[in-house]
Design a protein around this ligand. Structure first.
Ligand code: HSE
Length: 421
C-alpha cells in the first residue's frame, strides 16, 4: 500500500474541512484508491487553533521550516489564502521537492509563472483544483476530459457571494445593501466584501480557467472586470420584464484568430439559458468545445466541505501520479481588440419633444441598431429611457454612450449592461 504524509498550512474554513475529509474518509480513500494519506503536520498561528477544532496539538507546526525539513512529508496543502506569507511558503515547499495542493486563486492568478518554475525546478507537482469553483471539478474536466476539443467558450457564474446577492435582489426585491448584509450574516461575504462584489475573485478564477481552456496564459492584466455594486433594482426589473435574469458572469472566449476575450461583468442572461437558473450561492460553468458541444458543470463553488472535496481530490491524484497533466499554457494570450454583444442602456433625459429621436440618432451614427426602446416614467420634467440594442461592437457602444452623455438633454447614463444570447 502506498503511503503519503501531508502537511496542511492554514486550518481555517478550507484547511479544517480538508483535515476532516482526510481523517474521516481515510479508510475509504485507502480501500478505493490504494493509498494511505496521513496528516502529519498542521501549520497555523497557535496550537490553540488545532485544540479549538478538537485536533491533537502534537500535529502543530509553528514554522514552514518544520514542514520543509520533514523528509516524510510528500504533499503540502496550502489553505492560508492571500499572497503572503502563502506565496513564500509555497515556493519553499516546491523548492524542497514537495508537491503543493493549493486553493489560492489570487496567488495562482498573480504568480503562476514563478510557482510553476519552482515546481519544475524542485521536480514537484503544483495542483489547484480547489482554486476555482470549489467542489465543482472544472479544472480536472478542462485538463483531462476535453483533449479532443478546441474550446471556444467558457462562461460561468463563478462567485457564489454575488450570485446570492443578485438572486435575493431579483427574486425577493431586496436592495443591494440588504442582500449584502444577509450574505455577510450567512458567512458568504467577508466583512470587507470588495474581492467578491467588485469581481476580483471571479477575475482570478477566470484568468486560471481561461488559461487552461485556451492553452495560453490569460494574464490578469487582460481580464476586464466590473462588479455588481452599480446594479440597481430597476435594472433587474427591466431585465425581468424582457425575459432576462441579471448575473455576474465570467466570460472567456477564444476567437478563430487565437485572440482571447476575458471579462467579468454583470450581464442580462436569457431565462432560457442554463446559467439563468443557477440560484443563490451555487456556481456553474458552461463550456463549449468543437467536438463535445455544450457542457455545464454545476455545484457549490465555496464553503468548507465542497472546497475540501477538491483539495483532497488533488491530494489523492498527486499521491498516485508523478506530475500534473496540464497543457502548456506558457505562451501569453493576445487580448481581443473588440467583441460583439447586445446591450441594455438606461438613461435619464429631459422630457421634451425630439429627445428619443436624438438619442436614437446618436446610436444610428455609431452603426448601432435598436431592438427595443421604452420611456419608463417621467417625473419633474425628466424621463427614464431604456434601450435594448441589437448586436454591436463594444467599442462602438462605448463611443455612442460617451457621445450620448454629452448630448444636450441627456441627464445621466444610469447603466450599460451587456446582454448575452
Ligand atoms: N468568495 C468566493 C465566492 C469563494 O463567494 O464564491 C472563494 O473564491
Amino acid at each position: 500500500m502506498k503511503k503519503i504524509k501531508v502537511a496542511i498550512m492554514g486550518l481555517g474554513t478550507v484547511g479544517g474541512g480538508t483535515y476532516d475529509a482526510l481523517t474521516r474518509n481515510r479508510d475509504s480513500i485507502r480501500s478505493g484508491y490504494g493509498v494511505d494519506v496521513e496528516v502529519k503536520k498542521i501549520l497555523d498561528r497557535s496550537p490553540d487553533v488545532l485544540a479549538s477544532r478538537g485536533i491533537d496539538t502534537a500535529f502543530f507546526a509553528r514554522t514552514i521550516d518544520e514542514i520543509v525539513s520533514d523528509k516524510e512529508i510528500g504533499i503540502v496543502v496550502e489553505t492560508m489564502g492571500g499572497l503572503e506569507p502563502a506565496g513564500s511558503f509555497v515556493l519553499k515547499a516546491l523548492s524542497a521537492g514537495k508537491s503543493v495542493v493549493t486553493a489560492n486563486k489570487e496567488l495562482l492568478a498573480k504568480r503562476f509563472g514563478e510557482l510553476n518554475a519552482a515546481a519544475e525546478k524542485g521536480k514537484a507537482g503544483l495542483y489547484f483544483e480547489a482554486s476555482c469553483v470549489g467542489g465543482v471539478p472544472v479544472i480536472r474536466t478542462l485538463t483531462e476530459s476535453m483533449q479532443a476539443n478546441r474550446i471556444s467558450e467558457i462562461t460561468g457564474i463563478i462567485n457564489g457571494t454575488t450570485n446570492y446577492i443578485l438572486t435575493r435582489m431579483s427574486e425577493d426585491g431586496l436592495t443591494y445593501e440588504a442582500a449584502l448584509e444577509e450574505a455577510q450574516k450567512l458567512g458568504y461575504a467577508e466583512a470587507d466584501p470588495t474581492a467578491d462584489v467588485e469581481g476580483f475573485d471571479a477575475a482570478y478564477k477566470l484568468s486560471i480557467l481561461a488559461s487552461l481552456a485556451f492553452h495560453a496564459k490569460v494574464p490578469l492584466s487582460i481580464v476586464y472586470r466590473e462588479g455588481i455594486t452599480q446594479v440597481r433594482p430597476r435594472d433587474i426589473s427591466a431585465a425581468a420584464s424582457m425575459g432576462y435574469t441579471v448575473k455576474l458572469l465570467a466570460v472567456g472566449k477564444q476567437n478563430p484568430d487565437g485572440s482571447v476575450q476575458a471579462r467579468v461583468h454583470p450581464a442580462f442572461v436569457p431565462n432560457s439559458h442554463p446559467l439563468a437558473s443557477v440560484r443563490g450561492a451555487f456556481n456553474a460553468v458552461f463550456l463549449k468545445g468543437d467536438f463535445s458541444d455544450e457542457i455545464m458543470l454545476y455545484g457549490r463553488g465555496a464553503g468548507s466541505y465542497p472546497t475540501a472535496s477538491a483539495v483532497v481530490s488533488d491530494v489523492v491524484y498527486c499521491a498516485l501520479r508523478s506530475a500534473p497533466l496540464y497543457p502548456d499554457f506558457g505562451k501569453p494570450a493576445t487580448a481581443a481588440a473588440d467583441f460583439d454583444s447586445q446591450y441594455y442602456i438606461s438613461l435619464c433625459v429631459t422630457d421634451k419633444p425630439g429627445m428619443l429621436a436624438s438619442v436614437a440618432s446618436v446610436l444610428g451614427r455609431h452603426g448601432i441598431s435598436i431592438s427595443k426602446m421604452q420611456q419608463v416614467g417621467a417625473a419633474s420634467g425628466s424621463a427614464d429611457v431604456t434601450i435594448l440594442t441589437h448586436t454591436t461592437g463594444e467599442s462602438s457602444l462605448r463611443a455612442a454612450v460617451a457621445e450620448m452623455a454629452s448630448t444636450v438633454g441627456v441627464g445621466k447614463i444610469n447603466a450599460t449592461v451587456r446582454v448575452i444570447k
